[in-house]
Design a protein around this ligand. Structure first.
Ligand SMILES: [Mg+2]
Length: 460
């Protein structure tokens, strides 16, 4: 890449340059409104085998560090119900786990919504869609807390010729008493639809996707707000009829993995062994082999001592927006703190870890969300990971000392296109059907398997 390189070249020269970019390329399809229809992204050469030293681990949030997919899936299904008026399972049985889940997990929200609007076009009702959008717009502008979301809703209102709707007395009344808004969902939707529905033009496919996105986010953010207010158990009961079901919790192995890499465990890393064997079984569906337990536990102690001397940097890299990631990770860390009590650590170590886990900011050296980029450059594009590497201050010459973790196809592609040759897929139940050709290791036993069975971190 010399300064003399021409800026505009013909196809033959382009093909020549492509050869220099590597031997493997990802084909990334763009949404319909973007030129070109697809682009080719060179993948970093695959790296396997142990490292001399780990500089950083970069990790996805949803499905890799935490389970929030249940909430996203619930909100997507709710979107279709709101757009069709079919709120009960008697009217519509709901999403198809096998056929739908691979298409609605791990990509951008736009892609998830596009898929569902296309597949379930026959279910949707124009009037119910307009009514649900009117309510979602009011809720977002009055009760929502994310400025970027409000901005998006203003854009949609302008597109739909509905700017004057925000001057309706209903908006003023709602602003005076926001807490009453959710209880009046049906009435507000019907009232606004009666007054403004006639002004809206017939909805194209693109309009349906735009309105669907606003309806989806309204539901998702409403639930997040309630979690932030400490209503997790109540929501679990309402949505899943099980108050003990944690909507947001850390993935297996996270309680061990984060403090390990930060160098906070030392010798006491071995005390996590029994917990990791259990989490391995939960994640993979089979027991960790008894014959390997002893040596696995002693290698945990070596890892703990190694990282105490050579701590690694950590980054979260998520396609969720900051507003969501902040609430989700705060909830995850409150669960992690509670889980600490079950590990037989020394009193001193308990105190240290408890203090560190009080705040996710103590653990992450970079916290990259969709709010750092734009919807059209999210995974599988490299941007979020490239921003993370830059913020972690890792020079390109050290990219081989970085490991990326993802649970989805688009995430694994994003890692490799960002120049990271070590890419570990840790799929969970809902992403097992994804294609992980971009990964250099697929660990069905998740992070517990990675730390117990694969010597990827150091040349011990
Ligand atoms: Mg994920």
């Amino acid at each position: 890449m010399k300064g003399t390189m021409k800026k505009i070249i013909d196809r033959n020269s382009a093909e020549g340059l492509l050869k220099d970019l590597g031997g493997e390329f990802a084909v990334i399809r763009n949404p319909a409104y973007i030129h070109p229809a697809f682009e080719l992204a060179p993948l970093a050469p695959r790296l396997t085998g142990p490292l001399d030293r780990l500089s950083a681990a970069v990790m996805d949030m949803d499905g890799t560090t935490t389970t929030t997919e249940e909430l996203c899936i619930h909100s997507l299904e709710y979107m279709l119900r709101a757009m069709s008026g079919k709120y009960t399972t008697a009217e519509w049985s709901g999403l198809d786990h096998t056929a739908d889940y691979p298409n609605i997990i791990g990509n951008s929200t736009t892609k998830h919504v596009e898929y569902l609007i296309t597949k379930y076009a026959g279910l949707l009702q124009t009037d119910r869609t307009k009514e649900s959008f009117a309510y979602a717009a009011l809720w977002t502008l009055i009760c929502g807390k994310d400025a970027k979301r409000k901005q998006e809703v203003h854009v949609t209102l302008a597109k739909m010729d509905l700017v004057t709707m925000t001057e309706d007395p209903l908006f003023r009344d709602a602003a005076a008493d926001p807490a009453s808004v959710p209880g009046m969902r049906a009435a507000i939707g019907a009232e606004l639809f009666g007054r403004y529905g006639g002004r809206m033009r017939p909805l194209s496919h693109t309009d349906l996707v735009t309105l669907g996105i606003d309806i989806y986010y309204q539901r998702y953010h409403e639930i997040l707000q309630r979690i932030e207010n400490g209503e997790s158990r109540q929501i679990s009961m309402e949505l899943f009829h099980d108050p003990e079901k944690r909507l947001i919790q850390p993935m297996p192995g996270i309680l061990f993995f984060l403090p390990l890499l930060k160098g906070w465990l030392g010798d006491e890393a071995a005390l996590f062994a029994d917990r990791l064997f259990e989490e391995y079984a939960t994640k993979s569906g089979h027991e960790f082999p008894a014959s390997e337990r002893h040596s696995a536990a002693s290698s945990l102690a070596s890892l703990g001592r190694f990282f105490e001397q050579h701590p690694a940097k950590l980054a979260i890299v998520t396609s969720s927006i900051f507003y969501e990631a902040n609430i989700v990770m705060s909830e995850v860390f409150s669960v992690l703190s509670a889980q600490l009590a079950s590990v037989p650590l020394s009193a001193g170590r308990q105190t240290l870890l408890r203090a560190k886990l009080q705040q996710y900011r103590n653990v992450y050296d970079a916290f990259i969300t969709a709010s750092d980029s734009t919807e059209i450059r999210l995974k599988p594009h490299r941007d979020l990971y490239s921003i993370a590497l830059h913020q972690l201050n890792i020079p390109t010459a050290d990219f081989h000392r970085v490991i990326g973790f993802e649970d989805s196809e688009s995430g694994t592609i994003a890692i490799r296109t960002a120049g990271i040759g070590r890419c570990i897929a840790v799929p969970f139940a809902q992403t097992k059907g994804h294609n992980f050709d971009a990964a250099t290791l697929v660990a069905l036993g998740g992070i517990p398997e990675v730390v117990l069975s694969h010597n990827v971190f150091l040349n011990a």
